[in-house]
Design a protein around this ligand. Sequence first.
Ligand SMILES: [Zn+2]
Length: 262
Amino acid sequence: MIYPAYRNRYLPAMTLAEIRALPNKQHVPVIIGTGAIEQHGRHLPVAVDALLAEAWLERSLALLKPETKLLVGPPTTFGKSNEHSGFPGTIYISKKTLRRQLLSIATQLHTWGFRVMRVLNMHGGNTAVLEYTLSEIESELGMSVGFLRADVKMEFSEQEELYGFHAGEVETSWMLEIWPESVDMAEATCEFPVSLDDPGQLRPEDAPATFSWASSDLSDSGVMGDASKASAEKGKRWMEQGSRSLAEAMENLAERSAMTGS
Ligand SMILES: [Zn+2]
């Protein structure tokens, strides 16, 4: 088996001549997946965010019409995960390196003739850096850039919704769907930084006063959520729904780009 399955849309699988010969590159969006290598509790591998970026791409690309013009760049697996640095297995890059990396990718895509790029980001710690770097790319290079996001309606408790930050019900369910052998459910714990009825100083991230956290201050196990509620059935349902919405977003993007280049 040669990875990934979407080799016909995968820029690193193409030869120099094939890339040179691609028609209308300025109208063809390129997707870049971003993830992280960081602790995900005792029950999940450290590559969860990097693997999920690949899995979402693989599943949503499989739903695209064959004639849809859209390509995928090389994955960027390391992320800005200094908030998880208190745990073994976390290998993070700085915000400066993450910015430089995305800027370099965009600059080179631009040199080859591409003008449309979207990021599929699976790690919340990357978001702020990616946002300001994307607007820098837009103003400096004049490229059309932005995020691709899966729209998934997940039904879980208010506690999980407000304080399930990491390695909890959602990520564990997704991993049970994409790679069940990598999940040790016997070690899947429930640990929330605070309880819903007694939040103390902590408030959800969309509260008027937000907080910045280091996971070692909030969690002994590395989990912030209820991983024990995860199931393969939920993972399958949520990934199917999310992949469909991503595929739809990609089709729309490709269609708009074909007409306008953005
Ligand atoms: Zn994660």
